[in-house]
Design a protein around this ligand. Structure first.
Ligand code: AMP
Ligand code: ZN
Length: 514
């Protein structure tokens, strides 16, 4: 909103060192992408058999912030997220709802995309669907059979031979012999080893299936990600992400498949998000303690949900509760109040007649110097926190510190009015030119850095809503209640002509200045 070219801050040309915790090596490592300046990133997507819950959303929001920060740091990021649209759970859901599995998968894929957009998660660059990459999966399975890492059974299933891959367990730190104790051997199991897992499942009547060298069937879950990540990014790619519950067996198996077939590492950095919990327990569909994201969105703004998530480091468990939601709503309100306050002060300062003349021209006023150092500090500390394995909690704390300092700057500017030697008066704070410049830069810093975290801030309303517009909004509500859609549309046009847009929000229709 403030476009004065003189006021644009130069981007500091400092190379910041970024560190990422790598599950594979169990330590924070300097981030060095395969190709300097570029980042290739794959994050496991949902299995589309239901609406996603808030726990799933946490993982997707975390990786959205990580991706945004990488892009902000100057990397050209390619972000791939798959959709698992063939799976036992989808087939079970379809049977339950008497729909086809394709219908179920399409419905929940659309819902997932809409909900991700609603919470401001950026679309991936590529969103491959498992069912569209069957040939790639078949060819990877063939490679594994040819290199004796997989075998076909009499029933037309194909299994990965876990013991054929010496490094099995390297991601999760598990020992193959220990694993064996936890596995039950079914008497009629056609697997050679109880640890082996399915790469291809022979078709059962009525289930979706594809032709393959082993007869009709469908892929196992793990092979999907091995095939899709290679097809879209090529191995090794830089970052592979997901929730920590995917470390074993999903990611361990992805590594085994890809690396056994190719002899090449699959990904350099394995990043895992902590679980969202309620009352100390992981939120999950199977435990029944879940809240669906689209239900939460009926009561809370996306920014509240995001702010709540940001206040915990992405690798730590996050306790989700009503209390924490309300605390986040209060924090967001504090941010919004400051934004409105600063924006209206700056709006007023567009008129030079309101500027306070400085008594001593040579030196900037102490308050402007103080605010300037506050936003410079916020900027560099924000980066330092984010470069330390994306510490969003620390980054948000830096921004709240800046908010505190901006508030005290504004308090001081307002309070000092009466006592000012230049006798300036007016209905708002009077600032001199340096103070305006400092406030504008602090405001831009705050908006920009919250934007990096995916929290888009703007003044509540750029212009006051006229009584005429309010009356029209009321009439539109009445027309809609009476199902008089033509009149409702007509009123929408009239509001449009007055410069307002009607937004339907969870709190009801609201006017927004265009
Ligand atoms: P799924 O559809 O179960 O494969 O889950 C999709 C994503 O959500 C995966 O990255 C999981 O790790 C993640 N996820 C599932 N439950 C939770 C939870 N309670 N907290 C955080 N992430 C979760
Ligand atoms: Zn995956």
């Amino acid at each position: 909103m403030f476009k004065d070219a003189r006021l644009v801050r130069p981007v500091p040309a400092i190379i910041y060192l970024m560190k990422i915790y790598n599950t594979l090596t169990r330590q924070k490592e300097p981030f060095e992408p395969k190709i300097p300046g570029k980042v290739s990133m794959y994050v496991c997507g949902p299995t589309v058999y239901n609406y996603i819950h808030v726990g799933n959303a946490r993982t997707f929001l975390s990786f959205d912030v990580i991706r945004r920060y990488l892009a902000y740091s100057g990397f050209d990021v390619t972000f791939v997220q798959n959709i698992t649209d063939v799976d036992d759970k989808i087939i079970a859901r379809a049977a339950q709802e008497e729909r086809s599995p394709e219908d179920v998968a399409q419905f929940y894929t659309d819902a997932f995309i809409a909900e991700m957009r609603a919470v401001g998660v950026q679309d991936p660059d590529v969103r491959p669907k498992a069912t569209q990459m069957i040939p790639e999966m078949v060819s990877l399975i063939q490679q594994l059979i040819e290199s004796n890492h997989a075998y076909e059974t009499d029933q037309g299933d194909v299994y990965f031979a876990v013991r054929s891959f010496a490094q099995y367990g390297k991601l999760s730190g598990r020992d193959v012999d220990d694993l064996l104790h936890g596995v039950r051997k079914d008497i009629d199991d056609s697997k050679r080893d109880p640890l082996d897992f399915a790469l291809w499942k022979a078709a059962k009547p009525g289930e979706p299936s594809w032709d393959s060298p082993w007869g009709a069937g469908r892929p196992g879950w793990h092979i999907e990600c091995s095939a899709m990540s290679d097809a879209e990014l090529g191995i090794p790619f830089d970052i592979h992400g997901g929730g920590v519950d995917l470390v074993f067996p999903h990611h361990e198996n992805e590594i085994a498949q890809t690396e056994a077939a190719t002899g090449t590492p699959m990904a350099h950095y394995w990043m895992h998000g902590g679980m969202l919990q309620t009352s100390g327990e992981k939120m999950s569909k199977s435990l029944g303690n879940f809240m669906l994201l689209h239900d939460l969105l009926k009561d809370f703004e996306p920014n509240v949900i995001r702010l709540l998530m940001l206040q915990t480091h992405y690798r730590s468990p996050l306790d989700f509760s009503d209390t924490r939601l309300h605390e986040a709503a209060t924090s967001l309100h504090r941010i919004q109040t400051l934004i409105d306050r600063a924006a209206s002060t700056l709006e007023r300062a567009r008129n030079p007649a309101t500027w306070r003349k400085r008594t001593r021209q040579m030196f900037p006023t102490p308050s402007s110097t103080l605010l300037q150092s506050a936003y410079v500090k916020a900027n560099s500390e924000f980066r330092a926190e984010m470069n330390d394995d994306f510490n969003t909690a620390g980054a948000v704390a830096c921004l709240f510190d800046l908010i505190r300092q901006m508030n005290s700057f504004l308090d001081q500017a307002t309070g000092a009015d009466a006592a000012r030697p230049d006798g300036a008066t007016g209905d708002g704070p009077t600032l001199d030119e340096d103070e305006i410049l400092a406030l504008r830069s602090a405001y831009d810093t705050l908006v920009q850095l919250f934007g990096v975290l995916g929290i888009v801030l703007a003044p509540t309303a750029a212009i006051a809503i006229s009584p005429q517009a309010e009356a029209l909004l009321q009439q539109r509500g009445d027309a809609r209640a009476a199902k008089d859609w033509a009149r409702a549309d007509q009123i929408r046009d009239e509001l449009d002509a007055l410069g307002f847009e009607v937004k339907d929000t969870p709190q009801g229709p609201q006017l927004v200045a265009k």
